[in-house]
Design a protein around this ligand. Structure first.
Ligand code: BTN
Length: 273
């Protein structure tokens, strides 16, 4: 497809019936699209402003990690300002992850969500979302930074990822234009956020559960800052918090953190009597 990246993105969105209401800014290379979008926000950017880049030299992941950003993948940040009660804003990152997973279905993938918003293909991560809230005087803006390994394997540049990452291309054999994935993600995000505003978190969370990895009932560990919580994964609540059942039977809601499945060395075989 010919034309500049913003023109192509806007044309793809038009084809999906969406007339994009804000500026799309494109860079061949930038430090981080989310950092650039925050600069634009300070200068008065309106909701749905997009910054997209072909590669990033200082891509940021969750928990201060680096997001390896070679050419061939999607690096997109979008400004959203959903009209929601403040206590429900924590569900927005999950909804963004859901939008990414639903977009990847278009290319024949079977994405799964790992709480809160990692997108996996098989046992490996294909996409991540970095949601950063920016409180203003009368509104809260959220910069959603979305990275999808579309065609390039980040491990070629960062072997330390140790087999944890995968690209859409490696999983499906298809070469896909990152900008096409960007349009699919934005279209899903618009529709999921509209439903969140009009119907509350129920429908999105139902869809999120349906796409989540099958770890319900299993032992999970969540690291959140200095603290670590371990328990059986039960569900997510209406804020998108992960509900863990502790050994004493109490249930705790963990709002943010890095979760991993605990593989028990010797799961006892149940006795059959
Ligand atoms: C994660 O750790 O899973 C989140 C990764 C988010 C990466 C994206 S790429 C576009 C945007 N710009 C950044 O610097 N980070 C996000």
């Amino acid at each position: 497809m010919a034309g500049s990246t913003p023109d192509r993105l806007i044309a793809e969105l038009d084809a999906r019936g969406l007339s994009w209401p804000a500026v799309v800014e494109h860079y061949d290379e930038i430090g981080s699209t989310s950092d650039r979008l925050k600069e634009r926000l300070r200068a008065g950017a309106v909701p749905w402003t997009v910054v997209i880049a072909d590669r990033q030299s200082a891509g940021r992941g969750r928990h201060g990690r680096r997001w390896v950003s070679p050419r061939g993948n999607l690096y997109l940040s979008v400004l959203v300002e959903p009209v929601l009660p403040p206590r429900l804003l924590t569900v927005v990152p999950l909804v963004a992850g859901l939008a990414v997973a639903e977009a990847l279905l278009e290319w024949g993938a079977d994405p799964r969500l790992k709480w809160p918003n990692d997108v996996w293909l098989g046992e490996r991560k294909v996409a991540g979302v970095l949601a950063e809230g920016v409180a203003g005087e009368d509104r809260t803006s959220i910069v959603l930074g979305i990275g999808v390994n579309v065609n390039a394997d980040p491990e070629a540049e960062a072997p330390e990822l140790g087999g944890g990452a995968v690209s859409l291309h490696a999983a499906t054999g298809r070469w896909v234009e990152p900008v096409a994935v960007g349009a699919a993600v934005l279209a899903r995000l618009v529709s999921r956020l509209a439903s969140l505003e009009s119907a509350g978190p129920g429908p999105a969370l139902m869809a999120w559960r349906g796409r989540s990895i099958a770890w319900w009932g299993s032992e999970v560990e969540v690291v959140s800052g200095e603290s670590l919580v371990r328990g059986r994964a039960v569900d997510v609540d209406e804020r998108g918090a992960l509900l863990l059942r502790l050994p004493d039977g109490a249930t705790v809601a963990v709002v943010s953190g890095e979760a991993r499945l605990v593989r028990l060395a010797a799961d006892p075989t149940p006795e059959v009597t």
